[in-house]
Every structure is written in C-alpha cells, then in structure tokens.
Design a protein around this ligand. Structure first.
Ligand SMILES: [Zn+2]
Ligand SMILES: [Zn+2]
Length: 319
C-alpha cells in the first residue's frame, strides 16, 4: 500500500476540497543567492531614492540592579538556613513564607538574580526609544508563489524584520519576538542597496543567506480548523493507511508561503485583524536548518495578512 497523497485523501473525503490552499515550501539551503531569485537573507535590493525601513517599535533592553551588602547577607543567611534544615532531615530546598517574602523584596521585580555578581536582572523598555534598521529576511518572486495575494503590478515580496524581541506589537494578542514588515514591490523598481547595519540585533534573528528550492503543493488545515465530522473522516482515512492526519497529511512543515499554519503546540489561536477579518497565513519562518534562525523556543514564526486590505498591520504568532 503506497503512501496516499493529499489528492487521494480529498477524493476519499470530498468535504476537504474547499479547505485546500495552495502553498509553496521554500526549502532553503546555504548558498550565495542570485539577486534575481527568491531567497532568504541578502543581498539587499531597494527602490532607488527610498529610505531603508527602520523599526520604531519599543525595544527592550537588559537592566541590572546591584544587590546591597545588607541584602546579600540576608540572601546568604536564607540559603544557609535552607541547607541546615535539609541536613536536619527536613524537605530539601524549601523556604519559609517569611524567607520567600524577603527574597521577593530583594528581587525587586527582577526575573533572575546573579548570585556571583550580586545583581538582579529585568527587561525594560529602552530609554530613550530609538529606531533601528530592519534586515532582509525573505525575498519572493511572484512566479515562485503566485497564489499569494499580490497587489496589482507587484511581482516581488520583500519581508524585512527587526532582529530584536518586542512585546506589545499586537495590543491584546500576546506576542514576543521580531517585528515584521511586508513590502510588495516591482522588480523593475529595485536596485542593489547597502542598508545600514541594525543598531542592535540578536544573532538568532540574523539569517544565513540561502537560496530556495520552491515546491508547490496543496495544503490542508490543522484539525482545529475543520468541522468535527470532516476531521473524523480524514483521520479515519489516514488510519486505514497507517498514518495520522495531523502528522502526515496536513500543514506541510518548514519555511512556507501560503497554505495553513499548524497549531501543534497550542489549540487554534484566532488571528483577527483590527478591522475584524480573520487573517490569512502568508509565511512560516522556521527555526534551524541552513538559515540558522531560532524563533520562540526553536519554534515557528507565522506571519498573517488581512484578506480585506494588505495595508492593515500583519498578524504575528509563534508556536
Ligand atoms: Zn524593532
Ligand atoms: Zn484588516
């Protein structure tokens, strides 16, 4: 019994047909990319005379506060008391309520304490707030992903990102990661550019330049996006072939333009635009492999666009 294709599955479960979405798997591999080809990372192209985009969102930075000699003595006293109680047969490493309250006071809102240098750490908004240059993340030609929502006349999509973490880019919706900008452009307008280096950056957000081996396919959604009866029928078909729908037949993995996002580590998180429309998956940025990025805890960053108006702010989600 050969492994069934998406087409075999849809033939067996016709209700899935309306859920098929075209996608392009990008399959990046380390190579000096051709500036005329789709790619991850540089070389940079930009319309002559137009300024290179800057990220003006709030950047976070590390702040350390010294622990006073008196508080250091208190902290060391607590550590000693905990060890002595453990030796005397108590439960290991248990602090009393009073000790926990003292430690909390010394932490002073920090998220960790350096017990060698005796300072507490916290992440705070950078003051004064300052812009930093975006960096090229992906460059896609329309012919490699014709199913994307290309505006009239545009034949290049440049995805730039700010290689730093940001909180609060998306209001109520939780997000902690890079800021992303989409630029739908015309190849005829683009010229070699020398963008300024970002003023600050995290190494894990600076891609190693890669060429792509685009592969077009039809993608099916995560089970959370399907009516239960349709998902049951799909799972039944998969089981008959010794497979699982969510592992083998839906949400193709890796760097992907179009198609469906998977919801493998959380249940479906609706990504709605400020205008009320349910946003559509545009791009998955994957961790690891030749581009050498790490988003979230070695996860995937998914970029969503508004189906009504591409100029509405992108939706971002990390799994
Ligand atoms: Zn930024
Ligand atoms: Zn919208």
């Amino acid at each position: 019994m050969s492994r069934p294709s998406t087409a075999d599955l849809v033939a067996a479960v016709p209700a899935l047909a309306s859920y098929l979405r075209p996608a392009t798997l990008l399959h990046p591999y380390a190579a000096t990319p051709d500036p005329r080809a789709s790619r991850i990372g540089g070389p940079a192209l930009w319309p002559a005379g137009e300024p290179w985009p800057q990220c003006t969102a709030e950047h976070l930075c590390d702040e350390y506060r010294d622990v006073s000699a008196a508080d250091r003595a208190i902290w060391e006293g607590i550590d000693r008391a905990v060890r002595e109680r453990a030796r005397a047969g108590g439960r290991a490493h248990v602090v009393t309520w009073a000790e926990a309250a003292e430690q909390e006071r010394i932490m002073d809102g920090g998220d960790w304490i350096d017990l060698v240098g005796w300072r507490t750490h916290r992440t705070v908004p950078e003051r004064p707030a300052a812009a930093t240059a975006m960096v090229p993340l992906a460059h896609l030609r329309a012919e490699d992903a014709p199913h994307l929502p290309w505006p009239e006349g545009a034949d290049r999509l440049q995805v730039l990102w700010c290689p730093n973490d940001h909180d609060g880019l998306q209001g109520e919706r939780y997000y902690h990661g890079p800021n992303v900008g989409l630029h739908w452009q015309r190849a005829a307008d683009l010229a070699p550019a020398a963008p300024p280096a970002p003023r600050r950056s995290e190494d894990r957000y600076l891609p190693t330049p890669c060429a792509l081996r685009p592969e077009r396919l039809a993608d099916l959604p995560d089970q959370d996006e399907l009516p239960e009866a349709v998902h049951d029928a799909a799972e039944e078909f998969a089981r008959r072939h010794g497979l699982e729908y969510h592992r083998a037949l839906s949400c193709a993995e890796g760097w992907k333009a179009g198609g469906w996002p998977s919801w493998h580590s959380t249940d479906l998180v609706p990504v709605d635009c400020g205008c009320g429309a349910r946003m559509v998956h545009l791009l998955t940025v994957d961790s690891g492999g030749d581009p050498g990025l790490s988003v979230g805890r070695f996860g995937e960053l998914r970029v969503f666009v508004c189906p009504t108006d591409l100029s509405h702010p992108v939706g971002l989600n990390i799994q």
